[in-house]
Design a protein around this ligand. Structure first.
Ligand code: CUA
Length: 332
């Protein structure tokens, strides 16, 4: 009875492990889209191969032990060295060799990824509870929650935080790097091909940590240059009367106390720069698609969508809200 229970437990363990592994599906670290992520994924596969081989060997030994008929043999007749070979070989020599190999391989990977190549573009990212400020210092451009990069060119990231510790993580492009207040960390990423790669804050930073996402948008170099040029332009001029009214609402309400829209009196930086808000794909740090309806719902009651965030609901009539959304949508 006890033996069959033990066999059942072992088979259940083996089967359960296989099921767990089946959960490791793409898109992930294992679908790398840049040189740094490729290198990390390569190391991961070596570790996985070694761990898999050891796991297989241990399970095989366990099964042999369970199913082999036991010889009844008094201890005194057993040669004393039999057990020691297993203990020294399997418990000391083999782990030391494998861990040393992995240590050397890991150091090699860390060294290879430490410094960005010299032709890198520099971008600054500043973490906030709970959104990302993105600055291109050479072009004097500031945006939020979208990191545009030229595909095929390394990008040096200067990471820091305005409040608590956050962590930059784009699984398809690189590992994680913390954003620490007052202590900038240098990091670099590169996307081999144009594409959109999701990033996520990877260090618990408060209530809305989970809704602190961003997009890395890798574009062909000429498209990236055109995008940067668009961002450098001042906010568009206002022809439509509804849009003009919306600007008055914006500048006359609490909005301007936290946000910047270039060439207006709104010039504070505790919230995202909205100069070209309409160009962005999402609002609220990847929480909502940037549509007219979502924008209106967000402004009407941001606390319902992302409780605890720093944006207070402005006191606006339905008509004012409509004008405000029209204005924000004109900011291309
Ligand atoms: Cu920022 Cu978690």
């Amino acid at each position: 009875m006890r033996t069959s229970f033990r066999r059942g437990a072992v088979l259940g363990f083996v089967f359960g492990s296989v099921l767990l592994l089946a959960g490791c599906a793409a898109p992930s670290v294992l679908a790398p889209q840049g040189p740094a992520a490729e290198r990390i994924a390569g190391l991961w596969w070596i570790m996985f191969g070694l761990a898999g081989a050891i796991y297989g060997a241990v399970v095989a030994l366990l099964l042999i032990g369970l199913f082999r008929r036991r010889r009844v043999e008094p201890d005194s007749e057993r040669p004393p060295s039999e057990g020691q070979v297993w203990i020294l070989g399997g418990g000391v020599v083999l782990p030391t060799a494998i861990l040393s190999l992995l240590f050397v391989l890991t150091l090699g990977t860390m060294a290879a990824l430490a410094a960005p190549p010299s032709d890198a573009l520099t971008v600054e990212m500043l973490g906030h509870q709970w959104w990302w400020e993105v600055r291109y210092p050479d072009a004097q451009v500031t945006t939020a929650n979208e990191l545009h990069i030229p595909a095929g060119r390394p990008v040096r990231l200067l990471l820091t935080s305005a409040d608590v510790i956050h962590s930059f993580w784009v699984p398809e492009l690189h590992g994680k790097m913390d954003l620490v207040p007052g202590r900038p960390n240098t990091f670099w990423i590169e996307a081999r091909r144009p594409g959109i790669y999701r990033g996520q804050c990877a260090e618990y930073c408060g209530y809305q940590h989970a809704k602190m996402a961003f997009l890395v948008i890798a574009e062909p170099p000429d498209q990236f240059a055109a995008w940067l040029e668009t961002q450098r332009r001042p906010a568009p001029t206002l022809a439509d009367p509804l849009v003009q009214q919306g600007q008055q609402v914006f500048l006359g309400s609490s909005c301007r106390l936290c946000h910047t829209i270039r060439d207006t009196v709104a010039a504070t930086t505790s919230g995202p720069d909205l100069t070209h808000l309409a160009d962005r794909r999402t609002i609220a740090a990847g929480t909502l698609e940037n549509t007219r309806e979502n924008l209106a719902n967000w402004i009407r009651n941001p606390q319902a969508i992302k409780p605890g965030n720093r944006m207070p609901p402005p006191d606006l009539t339905a008509e004012e809200l409509q004008a405000l959304v029209a204005y924000l949508e004109s900011l291309e």
